[in-house]
Design a protein around this ligand. Structure first.
Ligand code: TYM
Length: 331
């Protein structure tokens, strides 16, 4: 039996190379060995204020990027979360199994709540909806970046809690699939290596968006912070900014850290950054071309309809099982 893979990406801005290297690149790799579901989680995006038209546009853009990054819609199900109502329905059932205490411990909630005056209830219960996403599909593996680890633990805890209560496997307990930090699990901001690269960051110089034009990529990389040592070597503790650029270089070129260090011995940061910019532009070029091709009216919608039909079938079965277990009447 093939393993089942599920993952989601929020349409809350333009996707970055952090999203690509931490998660989406692995989606494409896993699809030939597993049965995959990849979801644009637009309901999660509503946990903070969104411009409605922008959100609709971003939702389709993320789906286009999935395909452009190599996810084959004939192999994997690509769909939008709101098109499969079972996500929201299971989320409610799971909210009634979750504890306020465990949600209060979520570091991402604490960070995001700190930054805003009004914190929506949805932002607080966000990880439960994420658990519903995953548990609906009997998921074995969830490819994500390191920042999602705690959310995944909650999904596992909720699954185990329900299974223990009913003394049977109502939910498959999912495993995380997270690359190590030096392989993309946590790509850092180009302006502050203590913060992760984020698509919703205020300063666009802190991230490279997958759809950034070549000149913009060049500018952003040339103005990335480094340090005063002018030596290219990998040391996360002492040289976090340069190490982060080296991770990106390594993943885009296939070269090891040692090879990169040797290549730039005595050359300084200017040349390294110039080459990294070129490498990034070249890597993103085919993705950007594919996105443009998918912009024909109706093209992506067709893919998403097909994906939602497949997802709906799998999800409905799990939702029914859970409703029956909890005593939710349906006839
Ligand atoms: P989101 O939309 O913030 O990010 C999408 C994916 O990209 C990864 N990621 C990163 N990886 C490495 N370095 C970075 N700087 C970086 N930034 C983001 C994220 O870890 C994620 O894998 N809660 C999720 C969406 C979600 C989900 C799910 C994921 C909803 N339901 C079910 C998996 C399964 C999120 O906000 O990801």
């Amino acid at each position: 039996m093939k393993k089942r893979v599920f993952s989601g990406v929020q349409p809350s801005g333009s996707l970055t190379i952090g999203n690509y290297l931490g998660a989406i690149r692995n989606f494409a790799r896993l699809q030939y060995e597993a049965d995959c579901y990849f979801c644009v989680v637009n309901l999660h995006a509503l946990t903070v204020p969104q411009d409605p038209e922008e959100l609709k546009k971003n939702t389709l853009d993320v789906a286009r990027l999935f395909v452009a990054c190599g996810i084959d819609p004939n192999v994997s199900a690509i769909f939008v979360q709101s098109q499969v109502p079972a996500h929201a329905e299971l989320s409610w059932l799971l909210e009634c199994q979750g504890y306020i205490g465990e949600l209060k411990r979520m570091t991402q909630f604490k960070d995001k709540a700190k930054k805003r005056e009004n914190v929506s209830v949805g932002l607080f219960t966000y990880p439960v909806l994420m658990a519903a996403d995953i548990l609906l599909y009997n998921t074995d593996l969830v490819p994500v970046g390191e920042d999602q680890k705690q959310h995944l633990e909650l999904a596992r805890d909720l699954a185990l809690r329900v299974n223990n209560r009913f003394r049977e496997e109502v939910f498959k307990v999912p495993e995380p699939y997270i690359p190590p930090k030096n392989s993309g699990g946590r790509i850092m901001s180009l302006q502050n290596p203590a913060e992760k690269m984020s698509k919703s960051a205020e300063n666009p110089k802190s991230y490279i968006a997958l759809l950034d034009p070549p000149e913009v990529i060049q500018k952003k990389i040339m103005s990335a912070v480094t340090d005063s040592e002018a030596v290219i070597r990998y040391d996360e503790e002492a040289k976090p900014a340069v190490s982060n650029l080296m991770v990106i270089y390594s993943l885009f070129s296939g070269k090891t850290m040692e090879e990169i260090t040797r290549l730039y011995a005595g050359k300084g940061y200017g040349q390294f950054k110039k080459d990294l910019a070129e490498l990034t532009v070249e890597t993103l070029k085919p993705i950007q071309q594919k996105v443009a091709e998918l912009s024909a009216p109706g093209a992506i919608e067709e893919i998403l309809k097909k994906g939602a039909e497949k997802a709906e079938e799998t999800a409905a079965e799990k939702l029914r099982l859970c409703q029956d277990k909890l005593g939710v009447l349906r006839f």
